[in-house]
Design a protein around this ligand. Structure first.
Ligand code: NAP
Length: 250
């Protein structure tokens, strides 16, 4: 069977761990060359070694416009274009409305909203007509998970961008879609528990909220991102594809 991304150049932000790393691996398996970004250099370089010679690691904070300018200058030199952009970098921490600090609010919006916006804006000159953009939101774009209000709001904003950009980029035949994972077993999810016992309980609690009765694996998101990034989804635009074991729909 022919590969779905043969000869394509892909950028995966936050590609050093979790969903981003799994997707970068899938992109390469489908014939693409991939650039992965993240803030921690060692994590990123280990990931690039794990993916193999088709991967390049470039340290960049998506929330920093200077870092993004540097990133795109390097990609321009290296590959000259970006056919597939997976804006995946992001994260959040628990805090109820009474406890959210200005710093936490700004950090979360910088990574998840400002970061996604300028990651896409500044990539546009490198994306050829017919390119694809996939944004990583979350089921929380349509849910009010308590003590997660700032994160929930950032993901609703990400979902909104895909609607507007589908219209704004249609003349260039650039398709924009959102993948919205349910609970997925990643280092990011592990970071939400203080210790092993808390993590186990947290994951078991989440699994109970999923009709399929379990939390998901990063590769289950990666497969969906390949679909949205490739020609298999040629008439799919502006959607939010929930990959959540039925959590939102059932
Ligand atoms: N796991 C879930 O259950 C779940 C569910 C729905 C949505 N998501 C979304 O999926 C995406 C990936 O998360 P994950 O679960 O795979 O967690 P993860 O393992 O923590 O992956 C996130 C990656 O993004 C990088 N990153 C974070 N902020 C960044 C920034 N400002 N600039 C550049 N890189 C940044 C992190 O590396 P550095 O810290 O080194 O920068 C990390 O490698 C996130 O957007 C998350 O909100 C996850």
């Amino acid at each position: 069977m022919s590969k779905k991304l043969e000869g394509k150049i892909a950028l995966v932000t936050g590609g050093g761990t979790g969903i981003g790393l799994a997707t970068a691996k899938r992109f390469v398996a489908e014939g693409a060359k991939v650039v992965i970004t993240g803030r921690r250099k060692e994590v990123l370089e280990a990931a690039a070694r794990e993916i193999g010679p088709a991967a390049t690691a470039i340290q960049a904070d998506s929330g920093s416009l200077a870092d993004l300018d540097q990133l795109y200058a390097e990609i321009k030199q290296l590959h000259g274009k970006i056919d597939v952009l997976f804006a995946n970098a992001g994260g959040g921490k628990f805090a109820t409305i009474e406890n959210v600090t200005e710093e936490q609010f700004d950090q979360t919006f910088d990574s998840n909203v400002k970061g996604v916006f300028f990651t896409v804006q500044k990539a546009l000159p490198l994306i050829p007509d017919g390119g694809t953009i996939v944004l990583n939101a979350s089921v929380v774009s349509v849910k009010g998970i308590p003590a997660f209000g700032v994160y929930n709001a950032t993901k609703a904003a990400v979902r909104s961008f895909a609607r507007t950009w589908t219209n704004e980029l249609k003349d260039r035949k650039i398709r924009v879609n959102v993948v919205s994972p349910g609970p997925i077993d990643t280092p990011g999810m592990d970071g939400l528990g203080a210790n092993e016992e808390e993590r186990k309980q947290f994951k078991a609690g989440l699994a109970q909220q999923v009709p399929l009765g379990r939390i998901g694996e990063s590769d289950e998101i990666a497969k969906t991102v390949v679909f949205l990034a490739s020609d298999d989804s040629s008439f799919v635009a502006g959607i939010e594809l929930f990959v959540d074991g039925g959590m939102v729909q059932v």
